[in-house]
Design a protein around this ligand. Structure first.
Ligand SMILES: Cc1cc2nc3c(=O)[nH]c(=O)nc-3n(C[C@H](O)[C@H](O)[C@H](O)COP(=O)(O)OP(=O)(O)OC[C@H]3O[C@@H](n4cnc5c(N)ncnc54)[C@H](O)[C@@H]3O)c2cc1C
Length: 444
């Protein structure tokens, strides 16, 4: 997949095609579900996917350009979430055409929302050590175990489930990736309230949950390779300079119950500030954040502090380095090459910028940084009290800053991967690649 470029005459064929399509198809009086049907089936919801998977096989930069153009037009963007970001590209890569038509179609049209059932209380960094078991029962699998930190599990129709299907082989070889239905008695989703005050993630208990044999993606016991595709998309989608999976604040799937609402009610007028999903503070690009913090510092006079000016410049510089890194990767890909470890380095860079942004923004706002709207309904009162809606965003971003160094593989794990797979440093001695999972020592 390659990115297009504007023609010499300045014409941009991709943008022209999209604009023409939007003019003919965007209608604020459609329901959300009807609009996403049009957007998704035309290939504009996930244009980075291959053409047999409801995409347009566009390169990453073009796919981001499509999102930007849809927003600039004032239309509601693609059904954002883990379905579009992770499940769709994973199934497009490893699924059969039948599975693509069954699952990816519902993702790009927003009909079903997905969550990622990977981490367990005893298996996060050591994900391949997972103990959730799936045992065959005729043409089904019966699943038992516990998952944790399941983002948006409370509004998910489907789960990307990895479970152990063979304990008699080394741990990486006995895992299978399933598309699991969350609407069943054997799946119990319990929200976990985090320090932002919101409950974005959950623990999920699987007790005799059922998954059909034909819901296996990528083959029995091949789940580690499939999960790595999911994780690769997680890192590249969340790294510094990475585009989000979609726009707007409309939640896909049947549980959020927004598919029947008028789509125009969710549209953001071109040029106005984007709406934010509550609880998430890291969505804005860092370039935009540096600008926002500079305005805040100018507004309250802290810009006179040379250390604040220095850190503003550092944030701006690091965001430019991330942007140029993406351009470098694009050029490498166009030349048929790659930059080994780029996704890992990019995610580490994002974690560093999140920390810098947290510390800098709290210094700029001073004592006001202690004020936070822990509930959505507190937000209006907070804005009224401070007179500055950006202050609430500062505390949201500061509390959220702890998350990126952990999710999608912690900073330490990214460094391990760079050390071992990119720099060729020796791995820690370990026999888990050869010893059957059932014989590996376990914590008591
Ligand atoms: C906001 C957020 C959203 C998330 N969403 C999801 C989700 O939707 N689905 C899902 O499945 N999971 C999700 N996670 C879980 C996430 O993937 C795990 O938290 C992460 O993989 C770390 O695992 P752990 O929490 O078990 O920590 P552990 O693996 O127990 O690590 C604890 C500490 O030990 C360090 N450590 C561990 N092993 C090594 C090593 N070999 N070398 C050096 N240091 C090491 C780690 O870096 C860390 O500092 C989410 C997490 C967060 C924060």
């Amino acid at each position: 997949m390659t990115d297009t470029t504007a023609t010499a005459s300045g014409q941009d064929e991709l943008v022209d095609e999209l604009r023409t399509w939007l003019e003919e198809n965007w209608d604020p009086d459609l329901t959300v579900g009807e609009w996403w049907q049009r957007l998704g089936l035309a290939g504009w919801a996930a244009p980075g996917l291959p053409t047999n998977a409801y995409g347009k096989a566009l390169g990453r930069n073009d796919a981001v350009r499509v999102q930007t153009e849809i927003a600039a037009f004032g239309a509601v963007g693609a059904p954002a979430g883990l379905g579009l970001l992770l499940a769709a590209p994973t199934i497009a890569t490893h699924g059969t055409q039948e599975q693509i038509d069954l699952y990816v179609r519902d993702i790009v049209t927003g009909a079903r929302a997905w969550c990622q059932l990977f981490s367990e209380p005893g298996a996060g960094s050591d994900l391949a050590g997972l103990t959730t078991r799936a045992v065959r029962d005729g043409d089904e699998w019966i699943v038992n175990g516990q998952k944790v930190w399941t983002s948006l599990g409370q509004s998910a129709d489907m789960g990307m489930l990895i479970a152990r299907t063979n304990v008699d082989v080394p741990k990486h070889q006995g895992i299978t990736w399933f598309a699991a239905d969350m609407h069943q008695d054997g799946v119990d989703v319990r929200p976990l309230v985090e320090m932002t005050g919101h409950a974005m993630f959950n623990e999920v208990f699987l007790s005799d949950a059922h998954v059909a044999d034909d819901a296996i993606i990528g083959g029995l016991n091949n789940g580690w390779a499939v999960a790595n595709t999911t994780l690769m998309h997680e890192r590249s989608g969340l790294g510094a300079g990475g585009g989000s999976a979609g726009g707007g604040m409309v939640v896909p799937g049947t549980i959020a119950d927004q598919l029947g609402r008028r789509v125009g009610d969710f549209a953001v007028a071109p040029g106005s500030a984007p709406r934010r999903r509550s609880g998430a503070g890291a969505g804005a690009g860092f370039g935009g954040t540096a600008k926002m913090l500079t305005d805040l510092a100018k507004g309250n006079g802290t810009v006179a502090d040379p250390t604040i000016r220095q850190d503003l410049m550092r944030l701006h510089t690091e965001s430019e380095v991330a942007r140029m890194g993406n351009l470098r990767l694009k050029a490498a890909k166009a030349a048929g090459k790659d930059i080994p470890g780029f996704g890992n380095i990019s995610k580490l860079a994002m974690s560093n910028m999140m920390r810098l942004q947290r510390d800098l923004s709290l210094r700029i706002v001073g004592a006001s940084g202690m004020l936070h709207a822990y509930k959505d309904e507190d937000r209006a009162a907070l804005d009224a009290a401070t007179g500055n809606p950006f202050l609430a965003m500062v505390t949201s971003m500061a509390l959220w800053a702890q998350a990126p160094p952990i999710y999608g593989g912690t900073d330490q794990i990214q460094r391990n991967i760079i050390g071992e797979r990119v720099l060729g440093l020796p791995k820690e001695p370990n026999n888990d690649k050869v010893m059957p999972f059932s014989e590996l020592p376990k914590n008591a």
